[in-house]
Design a protein around this ligand. Structure first.
Ligand code: AHG
Ligand code: MN
Ligand code: MN
Length: 337
């Protein structure tokens, strides 16, 4: 186990430097730049109540969702900083409809897809929110990246993770060699290794879903949730319900304690038949983390990481968490249980 005091750059170089020293340097540089932006966001989040940065902008984003001021702010900080990071060739952001070009002359070998601020509905009530990121290697020819570079399988991610702004600010990331957590030490402004090699229990006893949508669930989803509520000590049922409403916070708990987070497809909004969460910058990065921690992530029928993206903001149903829980949920969704 690495000693505490390990920085993210040191950890990335040690994790993947042996396989490909040049790629390790590039990815460490990209993540290092991204973390500078998240430190700025963390500072703003921690004093949001004192600034005119809470509340709504009055705009509606490409998702058709009201944009919180902090959504916009986080997007501008990250996109603005990463355009000249020298490691990125093209970006996708929840807050921007089209693919985002980087500053000419600063093109790099990777793509960056981000949810600049996840959990917006919780900003004004001081509940954990976060930034989610997913990194792929550029596949197109030429210097500038394009949409095809962004629409890659989750399985081809080279690095992914999130920063959760909560009681402490934490980075959780994977570069294909396990999942590792770092805590920001505000006194030195550095993320330091605090949770090496996080492993998700094979089976949990917590389920996480917005029960307020029960009226709109498909029958197989209803059957599965009802199953979790039945009494059977041998399978740790009934499960406890925990739902924060920020994917980053609900996933972070699931990663550390096990169980299952679900945002299934439902009949609530005809414009969102596949559920609410986005494949590129929510489901794919979380799926990479889940698999690297020994868990699973499915859309109910197949692994999230095997879904070929067709649009920057496409939505997918998400069942993510402990391996055995996701596998059973899939059986219910497929009508096999
Ligand atoms: P975002 O704030 O980036 O739009 O994401 C919000 C998402 C996700 O964080 C969370 O799991 C989900 O919305 C909660 O949705 P409901 O309020 O419909 O349960
Ligand atoms: Mn989100
Ligand atoms: Mn968001």
């Amino acid at each position: 186990m690495e000693g505490l005091g390990t920085t993210v750059t040191q950890h990335i170089l040690r994790s993947i430097g042996g396989d490909n020293p040049e790629a390790a340097q590039e990815i460490a540089g990209l993540v290092g730049n991204l973390l500078v932006a998240t430190k700025v966001i963390s500072t703003e989040v921690n004093r949001a109540g004192l600034l005119d940065i809470l509340g709504l902008t009055g705009q509606v984003n490409v998702q058709g969702e009201e944009v919180q001021k902090l959504d916009d702010y986080a997007n501008e900080i990250i996109v603005g900083h990463m355009k000249t990071s020298g490691q990125v060739c093209v970006m996708a952001s929840e807050e921007v409809e089209e693919a985002i070009a980087v500053t000419p002359g600063y093109e790099g070998n990777y793509t960056l897809s981000i949810d600049p601020l996840d959990g917006s509905s919780n900003i004004d009530v001081n509940v954990n929110i976060g930034t989610i990121f997913s990194i792929h290697r550029k596949v197109s020819s030429g210097k500038a990246g394009n949409e095809a570079d962004l629409l890659q399988l989750g399985r081809t991610q080279v690095c992914a993770g999130y920063v959760v702004y909560g009681s402490s600010t934490m980075l959780v990331y994977t570069a294909g060699k396990g999942v590792h957590g770092f805590t920001l030490d505000p006194s030195i402004g550095e993320f330091l290794l605090s949770h090496p090699d996080i492993k998700m229990p094979a089976k949990g006893k917590i389920y996480s879903i917005n029960e307020g949508n029960a009226l709109y669930w498909h029958d197989n989803t209803k059957r599965y949730v009802d199953y979790l509520k039945e009494k059977d000590p041998a399978t740790k049922r009934p499960y406890s319900l925990r739902y924060i409403g920020s994917l980053v916070a609900d996933f972070h708990r699931t990663l550390l304690k096990g169980g299952l987070f679900m945002y299934p497809m439902d009949y609530k909004d005809p414009n969102k038949p596949k559920g609410k969460l986005r494949l590129l910058y929510e489901a794919e990065p979380m799926a990479y983390l889940a698999e690297q921690a020994g868990g699973r992530a499915s859309d109910g029928t197949q692994d999230i990481m095997d879904i070929q993206p067709t649009g920057l903001h496409q939505r997918v149903p998400l069942y993510i968490g402990s391996r055995d829980d996701v596998t059973l949920a899939e059986k219910f969704v497929k009508g096999e249980a």
